[in-house]
Design a protein around this ligand. Structure first.
Ligand SMILES: NC(=O)c1ccc[n+]([C@@H]2O[C@H](COP(=O)([O-])OP(=O)(O)OC[C@H]3O[C@@H](n4cnc5c(N)ncnc54)[C@H](OP(=O)(O)O)[C@@H]3O)[C@@H](O)[C@H]2O)c1
Length: 225
């Protein structure tokens, strides 16, 4: 093992994913819930911190204000979606979830109140028959924002939060500076057009968050999510 003093002097971004030891800020670390094995616990931080970033940091939801809020989770059967359903239900939100046929059972079992099967029906037209939403979490991207913005309650602080932004694609294809500029213009354009219609448009990104993990650890220890 490397001398801890030498290892502590290496910045986190140079330590490498396969390093025997890595140096972390205390604020990025959380204790494993006792009820979980290491393997089970290891499945949580990335999806949990990403869902937290989207729903809480960007979307403004938390345990105290989520009750009775109507939330649409689009692409609900994957990692972020399944975690989000459980977190939102633990906080008393009303969750509508979209997924394909194979995911229906799982999404229902996790507690979604209303589940739309995107394999057989057009999600947009099905969702237009429902009451409008306070927040939409988009795990799918593509054309979603072209039909989903109208599903939000206008002039009520409602938000469309997508985890699927073109930032990485743009920086890969255009380089860092042009990619960020191009993405910034896209975000600005969509955010302004949404504001005119009384809703917010946001991109969300994974952010390491020890406080979020602590809160989630407490929920896991208490049996939810
Ligand atoms: N911004 C960030 O920092 C960040 C961080 C993490 C993840 N992400 C992105 O966030 C998205 C979600 O992540 P994830 O880990 O949950 O991915 P995932 O496990 O692949 O889940 C995506 C889910 O969406 C479903 N889906 C795809 N198209 C759909 C449609 N048209 N209608 C309904 N459901 C649909 C998929 O169903 P099937 O499996 O049946 O196809 C899948 O279950 C991904 O695009 C990922 O790249 C972004």
């Amino acid at each position: 093992m490397q001398d801890p003093l030498v290892w502590a002097s290496i910045p986190p971004w140079q330590q490498g994913s396969f390093a025997e030891c890595v140096l972390l800020n205390g604020s990025d670390v959380s204790l494993k819930p006792k009820a979980l094995s290491h393997v089970e616990a290891a499945s949580i931080p990335y999806v949990a911190a990403t869902a937290w970033s989207a729903l809480v940091t960007t979307g403004g939801l938390h345990s105290e204000n989520c009750s009775k809020k109507r939330i649409l989770v689009h692409g609900a059967s994957g990692g972020i979606g399944t975690f989000s359903i459980q977190l939102l239900k633990a906080w008393g939100g009303h969750v509508t979830a979209t997924c394909f046929k194979d995911g229906l059972g799982l999404v229902k079992e996790l507690g979604a109140d209303d589940v739309i099967d995107c394999s057989t029906t057009d999600a947009a037209s099905q969702l237009r028959t429902r009451q409008k939403f306070d927040l939409i979490l988009d795990n799918v991207g593509g054309e979603t924002d072209s039909w989903a913005m109208d599903l939000l309650k206008p002039w009520a602080g409602s938000k469309f939060v997508t985890l699927v932004s073109p930032l990485l694609r743009n920086t890969d294809s255009l380089g860092l500076v042009d990619g960020v500029l191009q993405s910034g213009m896209t975000l600005h354009d969509k955010a302004i057009r949404s504001l005119v219609n009384g809703v917010f448009y946001r991109w969300a990104f994974y952010v390491p968050d020890g406080v979020a993990l602590d809160r989630i650890g407490q929920l896991v220890s208490s049996g939810k999510p």
